[in-house]
Design a protein around this ligand. Structure first.
Ligand code: FAD
Ligand code: NAI
Length: 466
């Protein structure tokens, strides 16, 4: 009989590979099954990393085009080379996915290529390049991720009607780009192509952009994005996308019904959310329960089937790479008999537009729903000396603290580089800091982080900078 594994992980994305590495470190005999040729999942191959490579390159271009002059720098004959940008993106992805393969090897994890399927208690069949094999294991971890939510009646061809995957591979800059959905993917990838010259229209079903983010910050973001050239069509639903000789015709009607309007485009990106991916996984073989948010977990990442665990996008919670990573690591620790733990109240979210939007903890709307009494401190980057010197004054910091105990409950920011700055507030939330703790912590001057301190001082009304 072949060797029995301690853990077999299905899926090699951030949830799966972090689980595999930690399991290896803890001395468990581990295998990680991935059906793609490369490891790293959605995040490294077609998500976080390629999108950030294109966001960075296009932001550099737009900064040179629009902001250098304000700093006394003249640029002649500025241009970009899209194929070079795409090449750099692919090289970054290649380097990182190879890095994951190296880490699995270093931690003695068996990497197995193919599609995994649960065929019984402790049994996973792998359909790989060399045929089918069955692995025996004490524990199975499902980390199969998510896929694009389709829009009924609209077929994604990844040429003209694309998902995020196709939008990261366009051969040329579209003249007119329509985004269906004003969420994270739409705003990030819309920013890339707008900066490179596309005219971008965003069609959103709700009456606001970025649902889930703090409403005041989202409103400010919408104003800034509009100034950058985005056109927003809110409270509007797409009824069809028709291919024409010239491109696409996108038909819509008011979300409440009635008023119709159509939009021409060269490319449309369908970005109305993602859904858990568990196709062909054999969940029924061991009686694993699901709902529309994916595989139902208990607090310790266990499913309804004994010995089967679940992490990442295919289960409940935000569909974010760091959430998947945290769960993967904690799940391996649980399997090894340790006390792995994830604090779901302190998982940050960042939208990598310019300015960036970053958030951790509760929003004002959530606190109101909970009937919780809270105090608010705000500070605008307009009054921050570093932001003024850098000509990057758009945005603000907003902190929410418990009205009685002063414990920090939420932090919401929009501004240049706030995606890096939010980490300070994640630590503050983890350590259950008060707003006064932050206000009395020395912050370097002159930095954008001083706006966080000033917002914290604002909770008790003793903000000092103008
Ligand atoms: P995945 O990364 O989806 O990995 C699952 C893996 O399992 C896949 O590789 C799949 O091939 C494999 N698999 C599935 N079924 C099987 C099977 N039966 N057998 C074998 N293998 C299987 N998140 C962030 O935090 N920050 C970002 O900036 C960010 N940017 C994003 C940009 C885009 C365009 C997209 C689409 C997503 C982005 N995300 C971002 C979300 C992030 O990619 C996901 O939250 C993260 O990848 C989830 O990790 P996971 O391990 O749960 O799943
Ligand atoms: P999303 O959930 O962020 O936004 C989808 C938007 O589409 C919402 O505003 C929703 O109201 C709207 N919508 C839904 N149905 C619609 C319809 N029929 N017509 C018009 N609008 C409609 O989803 P998105 O942008 O597709 O991203 C998916 C997920 O990927 C994110 O939720 C996030 O978990 C992850 N992601 C994270 C990133 C990050 O962390 N920076 C970057 C990109 C993706």
């Amino acid at each position: 009989m072949s060797e029995v594994y301690d853990v077999v992980i299905i899926g090699g994305g951030p949830g799966g590979y972090n689980c595999a590495i930690r399991a290896g470190q803890l001395g468990l005999k581990t295998a990680c099954i991935e059906m793609r040729d490369t490891l790293g999942g959605t995040c490294l191959n077609v998500g976080c990393i390629p999108s950030k490579a294109l966001l960075h390159a296009s932001e550099l271009y737009e900064t040179a085009e629009k902001d250098f002059a304000g700093h006394g720098i003249t640029v002649y004959n500025l241009s970009y080379d899209l194929s070079r940008m795409m090449h750099n993106k692919s090289e970054t992805v290649k380097g990182l996915t190879e890095g994951v393969a190296f880490l699995l090897k270093k931690n003695k994890v068996d990497r197995i290529q193919g599609k995994g399927r649960i065929v019984g208690k402790g049994k996973v069949e792998v359909d790989g390049p060399d045929g089918k094999t069955t692995l025996e294991t004490r524990n199975i971890v499902i980390a199969t991720g998510s896929e694009v939510t389709p829009l009924p009646g609209v077929e994604i061809d990844e040429e003209r009607i694309v998902s995020s995957t196709g939008a990261l591979e366009l051969k040329e800059v579209p003249k007119k780009l329509v985004l269906i959905g004003a969420g994270v993917i739409g705003l990030e990838l819309g920013s890339v192509w707008r900066r490179l010259g596309a005219e971008v229209t965003v069609i959103e079903y709700l009456d606001r952009i970025m649902p889930g983010m703090d409403a005041e910050i989202a409103k400010q973001a919408q104003r800034i994005f509009k100034k950058q050239g985005f056109t927003f069509e809110l409270s509007r639903k797409v009824t069809g996308v028709n291919k024409t000789d010239d491109g696409l015709s996108i038909t819509t009607e008011a979300a409440a019904g009635g008023k119709t309007k159509s939009f021409d485009a060269d490319i449309a990106i369908v970005c109305i959310g993602r859904r858990p991916y568990t196709e062909g996984l054999g969940l029924e073989a061991v009686g694993i329960e699901t709902d529309k948010r994916g595989i139902i977990p208990n607090k310790q990442f266990q499913t309804s089937a004994e010995g089967v665990w679940v992490v990442g996008d295919c289960t409940h919670g935000p569909m974010l790479a760091h959430k998947a990573e945290d769960e993967g690591t904690a799940c391996a620790e649980r399997i090894a008999g340790k006390a792995g733990h994830v604090n779901y109240d302190a998982i940050p979210g960042v939208v990598y537009t310019n300015p960036e939007i970053a958030s951790v903890g509760a929003t004002e709307d959530q606190l109101k729903e909970q009937g919780r009494k809270y105090k608010t401190g705000k500070f605008s980057f307009m009054a921050n000396s570093r932001a003024r010197a850098n000509h990057e004054t758009d945005g603000m910091v907003k902190l929410l603290a418990d009205a009685e105990t002063d414990e920090l409950l939420g932090a919401h920011m929009i501004g240049k580089g706030v995606g890096e700055m939010i980490a300070e507030l994640c630590v503050a939330l983890e350590f259950r800091a008060s707003s006064e703790d932050i206000a009395r912590t020395s912050h370097p001057h002159p930095t954008m982080t001083e706006a966080i301190r000033q917002a914290a001082m604002g909770v008790e009304g003793w903000t000092m900078q103008a």
